[in-house]
Design a protein around this ligand. Structure first.
Ligand code: AMP
Ligand code: MG
Length: 327
């Protein structure tokens, strides 16, 4: 399949969506792989291309509040959160309407809905005249794409890629509004503190036998290299020691650290920045870049668990399969 690279003509991309095709497009969180959320055959293709497990439901993206009501039953609580945070990096799980095929929601009677705060994404949805189901535009389990170049790995497998930029660099916060207090199923850029100004909130720990957010049980965000994360006061010394011990054994080691200049003696270093928003923006890109250089190990500097730092650490925890060490 020839993949069209689209720079400005969003209308062409919308025509592809209308015909049941797949389009990768930027949002303010990460790049999404979109298809008509109401077209079961189109949605099936997303699962095929991503090799996504079929029981992991998709988020439907809308371009207006009316769009939310077309596919979901909006209760008072959801309404309050929509008013406060839409458009933005917040996904609400609500009871689904019949119009939504079971393929989109992986057989659940609920649907996750988000209105992205991104010009290109909103335009694409609007011109497509349908909600767009869109998980991240990467192979399932891998770090999420935050740049156009990252999505090129899907070239030949999807119909089009729209050129653009993301902003936050981490996926949306997912909140279940069918229960009260509402439950955070996945942390994101909208923090519990922000939500608590409007509703009572509980953080889902995911220990039940049947996970509430099916996607959270899978290995996620993981680079091919084995990832280790260190966080705390003496982190620089610890990272250097560990990296050197691996290099001595003949391994190729990549580092993802706040300040690259402090690690000049190492060959494969990606800078995350020290501001938490910068770390969020740079994290997935750093993992992807290091993988491209075929390192065996990646050692990353963690951050304090506050604000968006909670989300950064959630992704690092999952990406490393729990290899997080506080020192
Ligand atoms: P992704 O599209 O890969 O960013 O992941 C979307 C996340 O939202 C996954 O963790 C899904 O399991 C979760 N999700 C999507 N739809 C629902 C739903 N109806 N109920 C609960 N979680 C959902
Ligand atoms: Mg994803």
């Amino acid at each position: 399949m020839k993949t069209k690279i689209i720079r400005r003509k969003i209308k062409i991309a919308a025509e592809i969506i209308k015909k049941g095709g797949l389009v990768a497009f930027p949002t303010e969180t990460v790049y999404g792989l979109g298809a008509d959320a109401l077209n079961r055959n189109a949605v099936k293709k997303i699962f095929e291309v991503k090799r996504r497990p079929l029981d992991n439901p998709l988020i439907a993206h809308v371009s207006s509040i009316d769009g939310v009501h077309e596919i979901a039953e909006v209760n008072k609580i959801a309404e309050r959160l929509i008013e406060a945070f839409f458009p933005g990096p917040l996904t609400l799980v609500m009871k689904k309407k019949r119009i939504v095929p079971k393929e989109t929601t992986a057989n659940l009677n609920t649907i996750a809905v988000r209105m992205p705060d991104h010009k290109i994404a909103l335009k694409l949805i609007e011109l497509s005249e349908t909600p767009i189901a869109a998980p991240s535009a990467n192979l399932a389990g891998k770090p999420s794409p935050t740049k156009f170049e990252h999505v090129l790995e899907l070239k030949g497998k999807i119909d089009a890629i729209i050129v653009g930029r993301t902003n936050i660099g981490l996926e949306s916060t997912v909140v279940d509004t069918t229960v009260y207090p509402v439950k955070i199923l996945r942390p994101g850029a909208i923090t519990p503190e922000m939500l608590k100004e409007f509703v009572d909130v509980e953080i889902h720990k995911g220990k039940e036998s049947k996970p509430k957010s099916p996607g959270m049980k899978y290995k996620h965000y993981s680079p091919d290299a084995e990832l280790y994360v260190f966080v705390g006061e003496g982190v620089k010394k610890k990272i250097k020691e560990f990296a050197n011990s691996l290099i001595e054994k003949g391994f190729k080691v990549g580092l993802a650290v706040s300040n690259a200049r402090e690690y000049e003696e190492f060959e494969f270093v990606e800078e995350l920045g020290s501001d938490l928003n910068d770390v969020a923006k740079n994290l997935f890109s750093a993992l992807i870049n290091l993988d491209k250089q075929n390192v065996d190990y990646i050692i990353a500097e963690g951050v304090e668990s506050e604000g968006i730092g909670i989300t950064i650490m959630n992704r690092l925890e999952k990406a490393s399969g729990g290899n997080v060490y506080r020192i």
